[in-house]
Design a protein around this ligand. Structure first.
Ligand code: ADP
Ligand code: MG
Length: 663
């Protein structure tokens, strides 16, 4: 029932007024409704089959033109019949006409509606009429009691629930149509607030429930840590240290940490996670680090084992393409507890993997994983009563409104500074016709001992085409860059092949790496200082930012060339402009949210279900603040009857819906 009532109009039509035909013809401006009697009606066959209906009132005449029509319409629209028609009048060759008006037959004394007509979102096959009938029945039958007390609504300056709902389904003729369609009307505000409040309540409850769960506390930061730091070739930045301190504090606790470590590309999240891992290992627990691709997982493995060598912590490496012979001893080491830190891909969550004592899981590039996958890793904890702590890492900064809503149950640490000595990447937009110049730049970079990435375009329609294109680009560049070693990396290669290419690039044997977007995630080759992205206009902002983050990792000045093909569309132009202007991941993410909406950020988290139907993260920042504040007050019992308000509210908004839970 409530579902029906909360099925709210997407827009409204004003059928409450009739415009005189003469007026409609003289000042055609937007949609109007006219009423009149049919003077003439005929099907014409030239230049194409169409139905022409002339309608007149006391003031004038207008033509209704139907290019698609049914036989039943021809029978219905006959001379002498009266109708109301809505649409946009336009000057045509034979006078003013409305093409494909919405119309209905009326009699002389059919009253005009006194309310705006709601238009509901509908799936195919359900008419507006049926929807309206169902909704109106629901409105009559169900009590629309308010879940929030009068006093609270007064403080929040929000109207009552029943009033808002009835208004949105049946707005009075004089209602502010703009406020209604922009959803800024107080009635909309109330509904959006309710939705956001439900979300805040359930997120915060989930967080409180987490405090009831138990995790192993890692009480000491042992001597391993000092040894690790002594051998590290650099010092942590202040931001890294701060994030690490926050994580350490959580790991000492006896309820499971659920923390997101967020830091721009290249800010140095890996070393922070490795240090956090030591705390668990020093307390006798195992740590699993899961990364979304083999290239990335292996890179972590190599780098972290290097760091761990002086400390003497054994690091294991598990991936999906290992042969059984390789895999068996590793699985045994994981099961026996000999392996203390295990780095891997999705392979880590397979059934065959069982840990001796998993106390801490780290998930890199967390948005690449689904909720289910993250849960599976967490459930590898060996003790049913103790959950592992969880650290998630992401380079995608979360805009504030998103952090407050969908990520509200996570604690967040931010690394907001890059390691010293990096020079910001200079970004240039280059018209595709100036490729020769680009080849020249590659030669120059190679001469200085620098390496180059060449990213091939994204071809959304076809992976095969994408591949073919990468292979051809590789051939062309090999010819154009005589004397240089050009490598190729793409998603269809076997993991071992990929790894061979990557390590050749890492060691400098390959000068120019032609790659598809497989390099997007986390790859780290500090000597690469030139990146060329072909058809940059086809990429999304976050993706461009991730790709660009592959250079600018060493101390030499890096350049990113965005090759584009003319003509550029509006959105593409906007995106590339932002890329040229800034390297600030946060600004880029904010812009991306504005251009694209939250889908991109939420990824698998949202798993297809739009969790916010009404509220808009862009527009409703203030409502989000209000809802967060109110949720907090209710959950801490600061308002009278808090508990029953919470129950009633969640009951209304969350019954039949998946909880807004994070795992
Ligand atoms: P991301 O946050 O994108 O995952 P990484 O952890 O891959 O970044 O770090 C990027 C590079 O910076 C690595 O080569 C890493 O060893 C190096 N690095 C990390 N922290 C520092 C630091 N404090 N000083 C200098 N280099 C650092
Ligand atoms: Mg990383």
């Amino acid at each position: 029932m409530m579902d029906c009532i909360l099925h709210l109009p997407m827009r409204y039509e004003d059928e409450t007024q009739v415009t005189a035909i003469q007026e409609a013809c003289r000042h055609p401006a937007g949609s109007v409704q006219i009423e009149g009697t049919i003077q003439h009606s005929e099907v014409q066959y030239r230049p194409r089959k169409q139905l022409l209906v002339t309608v007149a009132d006391d003031t004038g005449e207008i033509t209704l033109r139907f290019i698609h029509f049914y036989g039943s319409q021809v029978k219905q629209l006959v001379t002498g019949k009266r109708l109301r028609a809505r649409g946009e009048p336009r000057g045509g060759f034979f006078g003013t006409e409305i093409i494909h008006p919405v119309y209905r037959m009326v009699s002389e004394n059919t009253p005009l509606p006194t309310e705006l007509t709601p238009v509901y979102p509908a799936s195919e096959g359900i008419s507006q009429k049926t929807l309206r009938r169902h909704i109106n029945t629901a409105l009559e039958d169900s009590p629309l009691t308010d879940t929030l007390p009068e006093s609270l609504l007064k403080t929040l300056k929000l109207p009552g629930f029943e009033r808002s709902i009835r208004f949105l389904h049946h707005p009075a003729a004089d209602a502010d149509v703009t406020a209604l369609s922009e959803r800024s009307h107080p009635a909309w505000q109330r509904i959006k607030f309710d939705e956001l409040l439900a979300q805040q309540l359930s997120m915060r409850r989930a967080r409180m429930a987490r405090w009831q769960q138990k995790a192993p506390p890692f009480l000491t930061v042992g001597q391993h840590t000092q040894l690790f730091l002594d051998h590290l070739p650099f010092r942590l930045t202040a931001a890294q240290q701060k994030a690490l301190d926050e994580i350490r504090q959580d790991l000492k606790g006896s309820y499971p940490m659920q923390r997101l470590l967020q830091g721009d590309v290249g800010s140095g999240k890996t070393v922070v996670s490795a240090l956090a891992a030591l705390q668990a290992i020093d307390s006798g627990y195992q740590v699993a680090l899961m990364a979304p691709t083999e290239i990335l997982a292996e890179q972590h493995y190599l780098r972290i084992s290097e760091w761990m060598k002086p400390v003497g912590v054994p690091v294991a490496w598990l991936n999906g393409s290992m042969k059984k012979k390789e895999r068996t001893p590793i699985l045994e080491a994981i099961a026996s507890g000999d392996a203390r830190l295990i780095v891997g891909t999705h392979a880590l969550i397979q059934d065959t993997v069982s840990f001796a004592q998993l106390g801490f899981v780290i998930i890199d590039e967390q948005h690449r994983f689904g909720v289910g996958q993250r849960l599976m890793l967490r459930n590898k904890g060996s003790d049913d009563l103790l959950l592992p702590h969880q650290l998630m890492m992401s380079a995608t900064p979360i805009p504030r409104t998103l952090a407050m809503t969908f990520y509200a149950d996570l604690d967040v640490s931010v690394i907001d500074e890059l390691p010293p000595g990096r020079t910001p990447v200079l970004t240039r937009l280059i018209d595709d016709s100036r490729r020769d110049e680009v080849i020249g730049r590659i030669h120059a970079a190679a001469q200085q001992g620098r390496q180059v990435y060449w990213v091939c375009p994204l071809i959304e329609e076809s992976e095969a085409l994408e591949l073919q294109n990468a292979v051809e680009t590789h051939e062309r560049l090999t010819q154009a860059l005589a004397g240089l070693n050009v490598g190729l990396l793409h998603g269809r290669m076997k993991p071992a092949e990929k790894q061979a290419v990557m390590s050749d690039f890492q060691s400098g044997r390959i000068h120019v790496l032609v790659a598809t977007t497989v390099i997007e995630v986390g790859v780290d080759v500090p000597n690469a200082s030139l990146m060329i992205i072909e058809h940059a206009e086809r990429f999304g902002l976050s993706q461009l930012h991730q790709l660009r983050g592959r250079v600018g990792r060493g101390s030499s000045a890096s350049v990113c060339l965005l090759l584009y093909q003319k003509p550029l569309g509006q959105v593409a132009r906007q995106r590339l402009g932002i890329m040229r202007e800034t390297t600030d991941g946060f600004r880029i993410a904010q812009q991306d949210l504005e251009i694209r909406g939250p889908g991109e950020f939420l990824g698998a988290r949202q798993s297809g279900q739009q969790m916010l139907r009404f509220a808009d993260l862009e527009q409703d920042g203030q409502l989000i603040d209000m809802a967060a504040d109110t949720a907090q007050k209710l959950l801490t019992g600061q308002l009278p009857d808090s508990a029953s308000i919470i129950n009633a509210h969640l009951d209304r908004w969350l019954s039949n819906r998946e909880e807004f839970l994070n795992v």
